[in-house]
Design a protein around this ligand. Structure first.
Ligand code: HGY
Ligand code: MN
Ligand code: MN
Length: 402
């Protein structure tokens, strides 16, 4: 059995929180390649070195602490949403460090640690692990832009001096990611652990309606080509039409809308908005895409808009590896007997990309109020420690050969 030091683990978690602390609750602002993100990665690299792990950083800024020989890879991401919680991603990285420490102190198994870059998709969708896993080329990633128009290729220069080279996936025997649930299931049921069965798929693209910028006082309503009205009509029609193909678990979100020129006395001539949808079924994702494109074209036609699309980004649904999953289930039963569940993940994770090369599995702890991607995100510290104990139990059972 690996000896987890809960206080050491929690101290590290609070230390990581200090990089980009938002000063609102326990929130953090630590987007990929920001000063806070790079400082956090430097600190993580020091912790990894302190464990005797070999630190490697690839061109995307994915940070690895490598054990000798074949090893089980544990970790997650340490970048955050523009308004992020202190645990999303960070928990998995710090839990990995603690289990790696405990494994070293126990003389094995060999455990490596990773913090992937830009899982939160400042530039796209889980871009760091997408490039690492070959799902996206570095050249294609470099031209992706954030909402402020900054290109990833320029942003990642912030870490250029830290890059040591590529890290081959064949160093590892498997990947386990600990994460907060980010949803209401465990918080509602009172169960302490979720062992993930599968991760949903996602599609994400920008849509642009281009109408006519004009005077908000002198332009009669029937003569307007108002890009916001087009977004509004699109959204109303879409909600109605998706009803026929979705299930209660399907989600779709327009999370970012930029109007040009964004002034109260000007009819907006242009609207650029994010269209994201997620489901466990690839066919349903495709059917939704058809409805989205048909509805956008219809609105463009009736409202006199030109319509254009950004790059469609996406990941397929993925099932967790049964062997790794069983080790987590045994860990959950040992740590919190009868008070855990098997469950799907509605959130995306780096594990989806890593699954292209390695067997992967995930373990969840509850999110208070089901909240995440908000400064208010939090989890009881006893639940955080229980999750690390489950992870350690699984690692001890699997060994480095997974
Ligand atoms: O959006 C997601 O599911 C992830 O937290 N980035
Ligand atoms: Mn995450
Ligand atoms: Mn997230």
């Amino acid at each position: 059995m690996l000896q987890i030091d809960g206080d050491r683990f929690l101290a590290d978690l609070h230390m990581l929180r200090s990089f980009g602390a938002a000063g609102v609750g326990k929130g953090v602002v630590r987007p990929a390649y920001s000063e806070a993100d790079v400082a956090a990665r430097r600190w993580l690299a020091t912790q990894m070195k302190g464990l005797g792990l070999r630190v490697e950083i690839d061109a995307m800024g994915n940070l690895f602490g490598l054990a000798e020989g074949p090893s089980l890879l544990l970790g997650s991401h340490s970048d955050s949403q523009p308004e992020g919680g202190w645990l999303d991603g960070a928990l998995g990285v710090i839990a990995a460090l603690e289990v790696a420490r405990a494994a070293q102190e126990a003389g094995g198994p060999a455990v490596s640690v990773v913090s992937f870059q830009d899982e939160e998709g400042r530039f796209g969708v889980t871009t760091g692990s997408a490039v690492w896993s070959g799902q996206l080329s570095l050249a294609d990633a470099d031209v992706l832009k954030d909402d402020a128009g900054v290109a990833l290729g320029d942003a990642r220069q912030a870490m250029a001096g830290m890059v040591t080279g590529d890290v081959a996936p064949d160093l590892f025997t498997g990947f386990i990611e600990m994460h907060i649930e980010q949803g209401p299931a465990l918080d509602t049921s009172g169960e302490k652990i979720g062992v993930v069965t599968d991760i949903v798929g996602i599609r994400d693209m920008k849509i642009t309606f281009e109408g006519q910028q004009n005077h908000a006082g002198t332009t009669p309503m029937h003569l307007r080509r108002d890009a916001f009205q087009a977004v509004s009509a699109f959204n109303t029609l879409l909600n109605d039409r998706l009803r026929n193909v979705v299930t209660p678990q399907t989600v779709w979100t327009i999370g970012h809308v930029s109007l040009h020129p964004n002034a109260s006395s000007i009819v907006p001539g242009r609207a650029v908005f994010s269209m994201q949808w997620r489901d466990a079924d690839t066919d349903r994702l495709a059917r939704m895409e058809t409805i989205i494109r048909e509805t956008a074209a219809e609105v463009a036609q009736t409202q006199g808009m030109t319509l254009s699309y950004g790059t469609l980004l996406g990941l397929e649904p993925v099932a967790m590896d049964t062997r790794l999953r069983s080790a987590l289930e045994a860990g959950a039963e040992a740590v919190t007997p009868g008070n855990w569940r098997k469950m799907p993940s509605g959130a995306l994770h780096d594990a989806t990309n890593v699954a292209r090369f390695l067997p992967v599995a995930m373990v969840f702890v509850p999110s208070i109020g089901g909240l995440s991607h908000t400064f208010a995100e939090d989890t009881a510290e006893d639940d955080l420690v229980a999750g690390v104990l489950v992870l350690a139990h699984a690692v001890a059972a699997l060994g480095s050969g997974a």
